[in-house]
Design a protein around this ligand. Sequence first.
Ligand code: FDP
Length: 302
Amino acid sequence: MVTRENPTPDETGQTSDTVDAVLDVVARSAPEIREGLPGRRVAHGEENPSGETQMAADVFADELLCERISEIENVGVYASEEREEGIDVGNGLSVCVDPLDGSSNLKPNAAMGTIVAIYDDDLPATGRDIVAAAYVLYGATTTMVTAREKTDTVTEYVIHPDGNYQVVHEELSLPDDPTVYGFGGRVPHWVEEFREFVESIESDPSMKLRYGGAMIGDVNQVLTYGGIFGYPTLGNAPEGKLRVQFEGYPVGYIVETAGGASSDGHQSLLDVEKDELHARTPVYVGNRELIDDLESYMADRD
Ligand code: FDP
């Protein structure tokens, strides 16, 4: 379970209501986002703040969530991977959204997600400021996985086409025996220490490769079957690809709350400190023993 040095005194009252409202908006918006995808599998013509080509669907999902989340009482800032800066929308919690994670899976019609992280501080916040995190997975069905400080549990919901949703797993926890692994980045760019770690994973006959190219789909495999996902440090990109505020902290928080572990190669993702909204970090999440092994392989690398 996640341990915080300075826990929010009591995630009740206003904070809890705001978290409920944000998660409700995300769940109820998911069918609309899904329905909006077919006509938006084309480039929008702009780049996001990380220099990636935006798809029309990225912009659509961002605008829809921005409009709805901004209206929630006690939300202070809405920030998105698709916007340079957070938008000041009032007083209260900061909400960071990756509206469409894995949007390069739009063209081949594979899984994608929406990620949300709610921080009880200004942005850029730290991983220890998270009060809740969640993701929607647009797979064969639409599901949502939430982790919140109030209950210290991870819950999975199925979201119906009309926006209503129901619990399918009240308290999700990472299976004890890991069976799946998936790692991003071009293999020729993997650093030697990481390559050796991957060889050790692949030499274990109980481990199977599961990699779909959208972080949320790959992380959900790990939460379901046990194992490890990583988007590693690369020879040509030491910070990897994934963004701390929008991807690293929320998946780290969810997997740790589910009884697993997270790392940037040396420490919990929740202890990574960056002072830019769109900063990146290597991301590794999964069963504790696999993350410990990974960290020992990476120990000599800065
Ligand atoms: P995408 O660029 O398709 O939106 O950070 C976003 C992400 O996907 C992750 O979902 C995924 O793990 C990773 O990037 C894949 O990136 P590459 O295909 O460039 O390795």
